[in-house]
Design a protein around this ligand. Sequence first.
Ligand code: DC
Length: 226
Amino acid sequence: MAKKIVITIDGWSSCGKSTLAKQLAKELGYVYVDSGAMYRAITLFFLRTNVDLASKKEIKEALQNISLEFIFNSTSGNSEIYLNSENVEYLIRDMFIAEKVSDVAAIKEVREFAVAQQQKMGAKKGIVMDGRDIGTVVFPKAELKLFMTADSAIRVQRRFKELYEKNPNITIEEVKDNLELRDYIDSNREISPLRRAEDAIELDNTNLSESQQFLKAIDMAKEKIY
Ligand code: DC
């Protein structure tokens, strides 16, 4: 008999985590949660309200005024994030958020705020969540943990292509610098740094197509489910 499991996907920026997570969720009829979108939406709120990242008081007050929700958009077929009832799914993908999000995500209070909500979302299982600390901190007991990697040059190309479609003024150097900086901050921060959980399976997709990667992952998921 099929049972519901928790699937975690962690890894470096622009490794294709969300692409794979969405495919798995769709195939299995699971909920997909993009935890990075939560840190991005919090960053947007902090920027809009000029929160001083050095002030714990301002951070705590700001967090009390943030409500995050994922709502399924049947047209796009994706869950989209709402910040205080405003759909910010597209806005949070901009470079001005990417430049600040790793600093915001390194703050203890911000992580506690996001992790508590992520754990609630997964309480009933049947979920695929991607991020940096999902297999290590959010769901340490998840049945299937994947850790994705890819060559950094490939990752830069992928992110560049994505951002260029929205902003043709963007340069490949800007994208490369931002990716390297985020990877550095995300893996060197004190709280919940990006790490491969001991029981996570590494998936290097440098030379894998999206469908090859999906087939590998869905096999692993089905093995745990049935
Ligand atoms: O996956 P992404 O690029 O949208 O994530 C944006 C940032 O949020 C990333 O630089 C690190 C941070 N993040 C995190 O610290 N923990 C997570 N679980 C997800 C994202």
